[in-house]
Write a protein that binds this ligand. Sequence first.
Ligand SMILES: [Zn+2]
Length: 444
Amino acid sequence: MRARAAERLLPDTALIGLEGVAAARRRLTTRDAVRARHGRLARHQIPWLLQHSAWTAQRFAEADLPPERWWQLPPVGKREMMAHFDALNTVGVRLEEVLALAHEAEDTRDFTGTLTTAAGEVGVGLSTGTSGARGAFLVDREDRLRWAGTVLAALLRPFPWSLRTPQRVAFFLRADGTLYRTAASSRVQIDFHDILRPIEQLAAALTATDPTLVVGPPSVLRAVLEAGARARPEKVVSVAEVLEDGTRSVLEHGFEAPVVQIYQATEGMLGLPCAAGELHLAEEHVHVETEPLGGGLVRPVLTDLRRRAQPVIRHRLDDVLDLAPDCSCGSATRRIRRIIGRQDDALELPGPGGAQITIWPDFVRGALSDVPGLEEYRVLQTGPAMLRVETAPSSAPVRAEVRERIGRALRRQGVLWDLVTIDEHAWRPAPAGTKLRRVLRTGR
Ligand SMILES: [Zn+2]
């Protein structure tokens, strides 16, 4: 679908915003500069939210904190966010309406839509989650323009020179998400490819549009390449799934282009690539405090200093990150060395003395990254000491090697491997349009 209608909606204002983001990023060369920027943004954001979001005001009152000490507010999680959804959002939307809209769209698996509110059209999204807790999110027009501007600023660099030649962006998404539809202007053409279409059609469409930038989930981009797509973009952008090293190199070779990542959660856009191709926390507009989880890993507590339809102030995320203090690009925003995975997905296996040993998804992915002949796999924990392992191919040697690698890696972490039952199956592709998650826990 070509985003013609969107030309009326976006651009020149967002391009101005975009220049602002790009300029802000260049100036954030010290942690003091990052802190000063957060302070400036918070002076506009927090008082506005206190006026317009009843639950935000209640949280400050309960903690007995003045607005300028927002960074000391006790963190909340997705469960509290959903429980207080109606009093949290600033556009008068009820969770009931969001869920009704989602229910309607369940057949098409398109979980995006819009609601008409006093504040204008509000985009609605629902995140799926195996752990039961679905997150709902709202994005108004301002939020959307800022999103588009921020993404384009990060991707179409060096700015603004690249915008002098028209850019053609190919987005591979589940349906035509409202979040993304507005990102088009006279200088940027965006083609949306619905990933529910047959993969051969997607491959042909990509070849025909010859984009300068390709954006999509890495598992989909890989499948499109393997179905014969030919394109020579300047850059490939991985979104929505963890980018594994193996897939990264397939994409780099197939497209003959560098691959960078955008890191987005229900709670907002958390990570954007830098000039050196590394992923950074998007500290131009979010404040991130980290809680240590051991082994150098952290869990972020996020504050979005610009988003308004659905405030995000001190929200504890489910994601586990490995952060690095610096990067060769010179930005003082923190670099994300690895996204380890969602805490909900981590395996919990028996250790000595009745202990539970936590195994992060990234650790299992690492153990299986170079098994000879292994093309696809999934590892699911389905019981307290039960792993379902799916492989493609499911030949005896591949299965034996996979079992051996998992066993060796888990024993090294202290798991009592003899107690673990392995249930082997042939790999089954995930249903079209769902995220590929190779390691997850579906039962305890
Ligand atoms: Zn960098």
